[in-house]
Design a protein around this ligand. Structure first.
Ligand code: URA
Length: 210
């Protein structure tokens, strides 16, 4: 991808995002919209998957037809909100390999600390798509990408629903080689690290925990 940041302006993406932002949207509808929007975003973020051809027989003749090349791509969910994006993407890309990264923030140092890390083999040979709905400060996203690079990943993309300028800048500084795909670039973070205007706590909204 030539741009570090791609905002997907497709009307369906923008309409669904507006419904998700509204505070009155129920958990069930929020989850359904997230599933739908994640498939539209998956289309964009996988645009540069390598292709090859395979000879097939149609009912009329033989042809060299395009198919995906190489190893299956890896989807890496940053727990827990990443799982909401992951579910929809797996419907579109059912053979993708899946990994999980769990990070919490140490309240003394304010740095992300890893509590779970399980990823597919051969990361160096796959397109790796990290999914997390909210790119806020960018600290956990940058830390997750650090861990994936240590595990061998080279061809990484970051997919989110909403990005704050602060998070985009942090990612650009830490990982300029990792393109970001998002449905919107919002205004800023508030003092608690929430994205404004945002949609609130993505995990709470998708799992109904608050
Ligand atoms: N995480 C969220 O769920 N929401 C925000 O606005 C920022 C981080």
């Amino acid at each position: 991808m030539k741009d570090h940041l791609t905002v997907v302006k497709h009307p369906l993406v923008q309409h669904k995002l507006t419904l998700m932002r509204e505070k009155g949207t129920s958990t069930a509808v929020f989850r359904q919209l997230l599933r739908e929007i994640s498939q539209l975003l998956a289309y964009e973020v996988t645009y540069e998957l390598d292709m090859t051809t395979r000879q097939i027989d149609t009912p009329l003749q033989t042809m060299d037809a395009p198919v995906l090349a190489g190893r299956k791509l890896a989807l890496i969910s940053i727990l827990r909100a990443g799982n909401g994006l992951l579910d929809g993407m797996l419907e579109l890309i059912p053979s993708a390999r899946v990994g999980f990264v769990g990070l919490y923030r140490d309240e003394a140092t304010l740095k992300p600390v890893q509590y779970y890390f399980k990823v597919p083999d051969y990361l160096d040979d796959r397109m790796v798509i990290v999914v997390d709905p909210m790119l806020a400060t960018g600290n956990s996203s940058a830390a997750a990408v650090d861990l994936l690079k240590e595990a061998g990943a080279k061809n990484i993309r970051f997919l989110c629903l909403l990005a704050a300028p602060e998070g985009v800048a942090r990612m650009k500084e830490a990982h300029p080689d990792v393109p970001i795909v998002t449905a919107a670039l919002d205004e800023r973070l508030n003092e608690k690290g929430y994205i404004l205007p945002g949609l609130g706590d993505a995990g709470d909204r998708m799992y109904g925990t608050k």
